[in-house]
Design a protein around this ligand. Structure first.
Ligand SMILES: [Zn+2]
Length: 246
C-alpha cells in the first residue's frame, strides 16, 4: 500500500529550488524547499555588509552561492513565489538582528520596511513585485524569530519608480548608475510621518548598489532620518562578511 506522500511524489514530484533535484514530499515544507546539499551550502555561506549614501546594507547571503542565486532566479523570473518565504526567513534570521541593533542605537520606536518598487510596466509583465512579497514575509518572520520589542511594518505607498530601466544584468556599471539615479521618488501626498522610525529598503540583490542609493536618497529627501537596507543576497565586490550578533 502506497502512502499519500509516495503517491504525491509520483504525480507531483517536488524539486529543490537550489539545484532542481527531486525532494520527497515527506521531507518537504515551505521553509525547507531544499535538498540537504543545497541547505548545507547555503548555511556555510556568510552574510555580507556594505554601505551606500551613509546607510548600512545587510545581505543575508552571498549571490555567488549557486543555490541562493537559483532561489532568487526562481522567485524573480520563474514565478515561484513560495521562494519569497524562504528568502525572507534568511533575511529575518541573518539581517534581523542587525536591523534591531540599528534601531536600538538610533533609539527608533518602529521599523518600516520599504520594498524597492517595480516600474508599473514591469509589474504588469511579472504580475508581482518580488521585493514586496519578501518584505511582507520578513515583517512576519522578524516578529517571531527575533522577538523585536518594536512594531515592524511594510509601506508600499511611499516610494515609486519614475523611470523604466533595463535589467541590471544587461547594463554596464557606469550606465547603470546614470540610468538609475533619480529613478525613484516619494509619492506626492505620502508622508514620512514617523521621524523616529528606522526605514529599511528591501531588495533582492545588492549588485552595484545604485538602486539602493537612489531609494535611500529619495526617502531621505522625503524626510526619513534613520535608514538602512537589507537584501536577500549580495553580489557586490565591496561587501564584507559579518557575523550576526546572536
Ligand atoms: Zn538542491
Amino acid at each position: 500500500m502506497f502512502k499519500k506522500e509516495e503517491i504525491l511524489d509520483l504525480l507531483f514530484p517536488r524539486r529543490c529550488i537550489g539545484c532542481g533535484f527531486f525532494v520527497a514530499h515527506a521531507r518537504w515544507s515551505v521553509p525547507r524547499m531544499w535538498c540537504d546539499v543545497c541547505e548545507q551550502t547555503r548555511r556555510v555561506d556568510l552574510p555580507l555588509e556594505g554601505e551606500r549614501e551613509g546607510a548600512p546594507i545587510f545581505s543575508a547571503q552571498n549571490f555567488e552561492c549557486a543555490p541562493v542565486a537559483s532561489a532568487i532566479h526562481a522567485l524573480k523570473y520563474g514565478a515561484y513565489i513560495d521562494a519569497a518565504d524562504v528568502c525572507a526567513r534568511w533575511i529575518a534570521e541573518r539581517c534581523g538582528p542587525r536591523m534591531n541593533a540599528e534601531s536600538f542605537s538610533s533609539q527608533c520606536s518602529e521599523i518600516i520596511l520599504i520594498p524597492v518598487p517595480l516600474h508599473p510596466t514591469k509589474f504588469r509583465v511579472r504580475g508581482y513585485n518580488q521585493a514586496e512579497l519578501v518584505a511582507e514575509q520578513v515583517a512576519t518572520h522578524c516578529q517571531s524569530v527575533n522577538q523585536l520589542d518594536m512594531h515592524i511594518g511594510v509601506r508600499t505607498d511611499l516610494l515609486i519608480r519614475t523611470r523604466f530601466s533595463q535589467a541590471q544584468a544587461q547594463s554596464a556599471l557606469e550606465d547603470r548608475t546614470t540610468q538609475i539615479a533619480g529613478a525613484f521618488a516619494c509619492r506626492q501626498g505620502a508622508e514620512i510621518k514617523n521621524k523616529n522610525a528606522l526605514y529599511v529598503v528591501v531588495d533582492d540583490v545588492f549588485t552595484t548598489g545604485s538602486t539602493l542609493s537612489a531609494c535611500i536618497i529619495a526617502l531621505r529627501d522625503a524626510g526619513a532620518e534613520q535608514l538602512c537596507a537589507v537584501t536577500i543576497a549580495s553580489a557586490s565586490t565591496s561587501a564584507v562578511t559579518y557575523t550576526t550578533p546572536i
